[in-house]
Design a protein around this ligand. Structure first.
Ligand code: NAD
Length: 249
């Protein structure tokens, strides 16, 4: 089930965390996976090595998704070099927390540049290739906070809510080309991004998760891998929550 043999996938920010798990799962299903990174060349190499050790195919490419030109060029190069591009997981993202009274303009600009512009630039480049092939899978990483908000995360929540609009719009624009576009909205997942959350706040959060624990990156990756599969051919414009029950309905 869910085989991806012969397909090419790009996972932006695939050097660690959810992106890394996702790259590992897609490679285990048979895809050639390109993991991208911005600063973590060593981490990206570790992801690639781990995949190759298990008999999979992977490579790493470095660029800043906030640089639209660099992103479009890098993705077009990958598609040209590997001869196709079937899957884009627009995972690269950053978080910076602040009460709105303390939010600075640079913070808004940077978070939107990476989380929103970066995702749109990646999708634009991928769609160009997928349109010609008349098939493709795009998955964006939104977040539970994009749907329910979270004190101290005005800007981050805004970027993740924006991706829901992007997902639904692209799903409509490219359905006729057989390109599906979905979002995954993780809850509280154990990665470097969430390690800074202080103990007291973390405890409070755990109480609001019916499953009573944080999630693992591979639990998000499993959901993404389904959305990238042939079997998910009738799922588009959807937001799939992976949050232990923290937000339902
Ligand atoms: P992480 O910080 O562990 O990894 C983020 C990845 O994005 C890294 O590989 C990093 O190199 C890459 N990246 C960051 N800025 C970049 C840039 N400018 N250009 C290219 N790559 C860049 O984060 P994570 O927890 O694995 O999160 C992955 C995605 O899932 C993010 O979009 C995040 O917002 C989202 N998310 C995470 C959680 C969570 O609880 N961890 C919850 C909801 C949503």
């Amino acid at each position: 089930m869910f085989r991806l043999d012969g397909k090419v996938a790009i996972v932006t920010g695939g050097s660690r965390g959810i992106g890394r798990s996702c790259a590992e799962v897609l490679a285990a299903q048979g895809a050639t996976v390109v993991v991208t990174y911005v600063r973590g060349a060593d981490e990206a190499k570790k992801t690639v090595d781990a995949i190759v050790e298990k008999g999979g195919k992977a490579e790493a490419v470095g660029f800043d998704v906030a640089d639209m030109n660099a992103t479009e060029t890098a993705i077009a190069d990958v598609a040209k070099r590997l001869g196709r591009l079937d899957i884009l997981v627009a995972n690269a993202g950053i978080a910076q927390d602040n009460l709105v009274l303390r939010v600075k303009e640079e913070e808004i600009d940077r978070l939107f540049a990476v989380n929103v512009k970066g995702a749109i630039a990646s999708a634009k480049a991928a769609v160009k290739v997928m349109m010609r092939a008349k098939t493709g899978r795009i998955v964006f990483l939104s977040s539970i906070v994009g749907e329910m908000g979270n004190g101290g995360q005005t800007v981050y929540a805004a970027t993740k809510a924006a991706l829901l609009g992007v997902t639904k719009t692209l799903a409509r624009e490219y359905a006729s080309r057989n390109i599906t576009v979905n979002a995954v909205a993780p809850g509280f997942i154990d990665t470097d991004m969430t390690t800074q959350i202080a103990g007291e706040m973390k405890e409070g959060m755990l109480k609001s998760i019916p499953l009573g624990r944080t999630g693992r990156p591979e639990e998000v990756a499993a959901c993404i891998s389904f959305l990238c599969s042939d079997e998910a051919s009738y799922v588009t414009g959807e937001v799939v929550r992976v949050n232990g029950g923290m937000l339902m309905g």
